[in-house]
Design a protein around this ligand. Structure first.
Ligand code: RAT
Ligand code: ZN
Length: 417
């Protein structure tokens, strides 16, 4: 007897599981960057998403006192508060369990000491291999900020970036705090002034040229502050219009705009202290319409801006919506955004990036997304097949490879790495 043909949903799930991923935005580093590469259980537990959740229960705990503790002691507090005293049901808490399970550890045992022993036994390079293999991620795009002193020191020492990693040049400070940027630029030898002059614009252009040459980034990127508006004569808009986008164009690199983050709503929480702010769609529309020769990747932090982003992408082919960013990276939103984007853009978008800060997070972030993607695609392709249209395995592979990275490489105008 012939075996029955696998169902459409089984074929989709199988192909998703087999397809190597390009993770287009993370906060990871190669092993050559030493301690900047965060990995292991204590880092997973002290992820800032979990620290924020822990403080909701531990109202007795002083913020500064917590952050003054060694990393393992911080991790103990998060473990006890979010995993033992309460059920680890939030997306970030569940993610830790998904990760441990995927690493073959006994989650039922609740044995933090055993988890620590497991991760302590891995060298950085073995750890990268394991995480990338388990997540089926073939390429990780980093976030490389020359204004970050610790990171710049690694570049200055000549730290190499191996072929599994690609860089992205991050320049938030130019838009968020120009006086602070001037201070740092001058310390790096670029003769800028607080006043916006042609000489300052030229020096800033040289700064970008220098770091583009040094880092070889796949794209430039910034998280733009909520007050950013274009068109405008305000300095942040002029920096974008007169220097950053011309540099992106000259180097044929996309510019990634991440919008909707309200930084340091509660500074006591440090990295966990950022919130959200409304997104001005008219600004994005103006920028992408004016600079047609530049490609833009855009991810937005607010739920209510997502439909407008899809519609804008239909109008401007130099705009690629990407990812379910940060507070949208939970199953509810991943499912909704992926459906919405497929319904309005087909597969001409990038449904997800991991935003991993800790190496092991690529395992759970991708596992959770893949489950949802499989469900959504089975539904959408199933609806097509109800008409009698059939999708062959090659076509499914083509579509899924695009969603998991191919569309990004195409947008860059480069061969898939
Ligand atoms: O998701 C995060 O970890 C945030 O803290 C941010 O880093 C955000 O992803 C960003 O890139 O600004
Ligand atoms: Zn990020």
């Amino acid at each position: 007897m012939n075996k029955p043909a696998p169902s459409l949903s089984a074929r989709i799930a199988w192909i998703i599981a087999q397809t190597p991923i390009t993770d287009i935005h993370t906060h990871l580093y190669p092993p050559t960057f030493g301690p900047l590469l965060l990995r292991g259980i204590d880092e997973l537990l002290t992820y800032h998403y979990l620290v924020a959740e822990m403080f909701r229960w531990r109202t007795d705990l002083d913020y500064a006192a917590f952050f003054a503790l060694p990393r393992a002691a911080q991790a103990d507090i998060v473990w006890h508060t979010l995993f033992l005293d309460h059920a680890p049901v939030s997306e970030s808490a569940r993610g830790v369990l998904t990760t441990l399970h995927a690493c073959g550890l006994n989650v039922a045992a609740r044995d933090l000491a055993a988890y620590r022993r497991f991760f302590a036994g891995l060298s950085a390079s073995e750890h990268v291999d394991l995480a990338m293999r388990l997540a089926k991620v073939k390429t990780v795009v980093l976030t490389n900020d020359p204004f970050d002193d610790a990171e710049r020191a690694c570049w200055d020492k000549g730290a190499a970036v191996d072929a599994r990693f690609h860089t992205a040049l991050r320049i938030d400070l130019l838009f968020a705090d120009w006086p602070a940027a001037v201070h740092k630029l001058r310390a790096m030898g670029f003769r800028v002034t607080r006043a916006w002059t042609p000489a300052t614009a030229r020096a800033l252009h040289r700064f970008l040229d220098h770091w583009i040459t040094r880092m070889q980034p796949l794209y430039l990127m910034a998280s733009l502050p909520p007050a950013f508006r274009a068109p405008s004569r305000a300095l942040p808009a002029r920096i974008l219009d007169e220097v950053v986008l011309p540099a992106a164009r000259a180097h044929q690199l996309p510019f990634a705009m991440m919008i909707g983050c309200n930084r340091q709503v509660n500074p006591d929480l440090r990295l966990a202290g950022d919130g959200i702010a409304p997104v001005d769609m008219a600004t994005i529309e103006h920028v992408v319409a004016k600079h047609r020769a530049v490609n833009f990747m855009v991810t937005l932090l607010t739920h209510e801006s997502q439909q407008a982003l899809c519609i804008l992408a239909r109008k401007f082919r130099n705009l690629l919506p990407f990812g379910c960013w940060w507070f949208l990276n939970s199953p509810l939103y991943i499912e909704e955004l992926t459906r919405m984007r497929l319904e309005w853009l087909g597969a001409s978008m990038i449904p997800q990036h991991s935003d991993a800060r800790v190496l092991d997070q690529i395992i759970y972030k991708w596992a959770h997304t893949k489950t949802i993607l499989a469900r959504v695609l089975a539904d959408k392709y199933g609806a097509i097949e109800q008409t009698g249209w059939r999708l062959g395995d090659d076509e499914l592979r083509r579509e899924i490879a695009g969603l998991l990275g191919g569309t990004f490489w195409r947008f860059l105008g480069r061969a898939d790495a």
